[in-house]
Write a protein that binds this ligand. Sequence first.
Ligand code: SAH
Ligand code: SF4
Length: 458
Amino acid sequence: MGASPQLEEAQCNQYFASKSFLYKTLPHKSGPKRNRMKTLPQIDGGGDTTPKPLFGTAPDQLKLLMQSLGQSAYRATQLKDALYRQRITSLDQITTFPQSLRESLLANGYTLGLPEIVQSAKSIDGTERYLMRMADGETVETVWMPNGDGGERGDGTEAADEERDEQSNEQSNEQSNELDAPAARPDLRNRGTLTAQGYRRATICISSQVGCAVNCQFCLTAKLGIRRNLTAGEIAGQVAAALNRNHVKIGLDRINLVFMGMGEPFLNYDAFMDAVRLLGLMGIPESRMTVSTSGIEPAIRRFALEPIRPKLALSLNASNDLVREQVMPITRKWNIQALLDALNTIPLGKREYVTFEYVLLGGINDQPQHAREVLALLKGYKAKVNLIVWNPGPGIPYTQPSPEDVERFHKSLIAGGIPTYIRRPRGRDIYAACGQLKRTVDAAPPTPLVEIAPAPAS
Ligand code: SAH
Ligand code: SF4
């Protein structure tokens, strides 16, 4: 049995007493406009040298910038391609620009503004955790998972089909003891390529905030509290930095993204959605992205209206409000039924399911009656469940569920007709698995690492 942390009313209220706290971060608009991007640097060609990041700037703002520098519109297109398609790593690399224009950008304080990988740790399973530093020195973590994280399994999408193929490849590799040397693996469906590193698809887990305000009792990120929101450029920039580091060619390599790193994406909604659009410019469609939310009800309703949106996962994590309030105090603000009602407003595609993430905590939410309650809750929903065995972290008073309880829970949900998958834990040895992301500097894993080192210069 895991110890159940007693959550004081006051502690809960600390985060959620004021409605304005949440509504301030989620301004209501009459409805989302297609391709609206708001998180932009100031446009200024007049000698202001305050550092202004270009990465993250929307195409229409790039046009205004070029105008302000007395340039033709095609220069904006060249800059957009350099930033998002070529993923340049310094302004010198905009080779389509004359040197005078590059100098003019620099003289006006424009910088590239990509997050910098300042530290990396590599797990025995190939997962890499990057510590990314933003321009103001704040850091977040981003996780690179070669061959995916198993989260797409069974969700009915193309990414899920690939996941299935990848798994059968992995199994045959395991059988022939070739896990470490997968170089000559054929692509069964003649799509995608194998890179020198031996992967043809990968999942990147990105952060949306520095820390998190939601205070889930089982999550290491919660320990940080909230420091600040990331901008759209900083969110998409983590992907650019990870792709550059791994020499990924979009179009040849298949990349899936999960907004499941540090932070609550729906409490940084505008920047998160702007980042989705930037990532589209980088060649990653929203159909390859999944956003996970702890359950910010107004934001789920807003998300339902988006013309272009990633897949959605709700962190359910409990089978009734009582247990959920204990492990996720935000439940006192929006209970399970309110969240399910909001989810019902999402117009699901033919092959689309809503994923429910369910972290199994030993003795807390992993017993047969909990499985029965989950089945009752999800009856009638187009739902898929991902079970996540709780990943431990220092100072978090839970225990992992027993393998027998995990299996029994899994079988009960399947027997009840809900497609249910057990998520593979990735990078647990380096604290890169779900809920283990806290800045490396604050929480160095106690176990020996395969590698933890400053990132080599790219
Ligand atoms: N804030 C968002 C996304 C980041 S957390 C959310 O909560 O949904 C991503 C997932 O990791 C969530 O499903 C969360 O429930 C799960 N998680 C958090 N801490 C965990 C832990 N210690 N072990 C396993 N999963 C955890
Ligand atoms: Fe924040 Fe998600 Fe962790 Fe909860 S589980 S504290 S919402 S990151």
